[in-house]
Design a protein around this ligand. Sequence first.
Ligand SMILES: [Zn+2]
Length: 382
Amino acid sequence: MPVEEVTLTARFKVDLIDVDESAISEIYRLFGEYKGIVDELLSLAVDRHITSFVELYHARYHELRKRYPTLPSHYIFTACRCAVGIYRSFMELKRIGMCGRDRPTFKGRAIWLDDHLFRLDAESWRVLIAVHGGKWVTLRLLQGKYHDRFKNMRPGEAQLVLRDDGLYLNVSFSHMVMLPEISVDAKVIAVDVNENVITYGNNYFIERFETNEGVIRTKYFLKRRRIQSKVCSKELRAKLLAKYRGREWRRIREIYYRAAREIIGKALEVGATVIVMEDLRHLNKDDKGSEELNGRLRRWSYRKFQNVLEYQAKLHGLNVRYVSPKNTSKTCPVCGGELDPSPNGRRLRKCQKCGLEEDRDVIAVKNLTKRYYEECMNVNAS
Ligand SMILES: [Zn+2]
């Protein structure tokens, strides 16, 4: 059985009442300096188009080290990773047309901590944070029953996050899971995501989960447009836009989690061991895998959903396999013939060769299932 590492993030609120002044001022000093360092690295990355951590690190590490001699060096290390991460996701958003800004920005609300910069004591739920001059600051974490499950997991990295309502520590814990083999005999569930519905199943059953994601996105899109045209103050506008963007994403994420729970529940019920999804890296611009609405947005969203489902599936001992989505909505899953739009309904497709008529989402699910077995056979044959 293959063993895989899955990471889970736990969020803790830091107790700021029962803590001494000097500890807090050390932490605020870190936030200020860290922002300065990331900002500098980020603009260097943009100016020289540096997308590699190693390159950015070599370009500025020694200089920063000299300028911040008492700051633990690993802060510079994680700042490089942070800057590269921000720059890369900025480029990705830019590429798919979802970012209007010219340059990426760092808000300075988070500090990335690697295992040299924090020590977690899960018995007393206290964390030590490395600060200037080789010293450590102790913070108490507020915790509840939810956090107990992390006690036996290994903490990896963490982020210290400053929010309007306080200071938080997000810790990623890793956890080893045993996953079933990907094999030709495995029972699978294929998942297809559309604007408003997630369709899943295999050759024996098909289920639908209404997400209404498209409806929600349209609603927020209109809301943002109203804000842009009605609110004059630039500051207030940015604040409102960020607020609604956050709200929209939280709402959609909550739906994704519900959908993932339902799919996993069904998989366990029918004894499926592998979840099959489209490998979106295979999609290129001229592949009309998603002719409906905004394909770019759909793909971006789909990838977010895939992350949620993959992670939840692995936690429940299900394997995840990505298959090529090429022509899954254009080919007949029965005979391989070409599909045409059907005169009997907008979402229906009809096979020219064998006459099969089916909903396009159902066709996609059946094709993904079929492709899983084909790809398994190919691996076995070679
Ligand atoms: Zn056919």
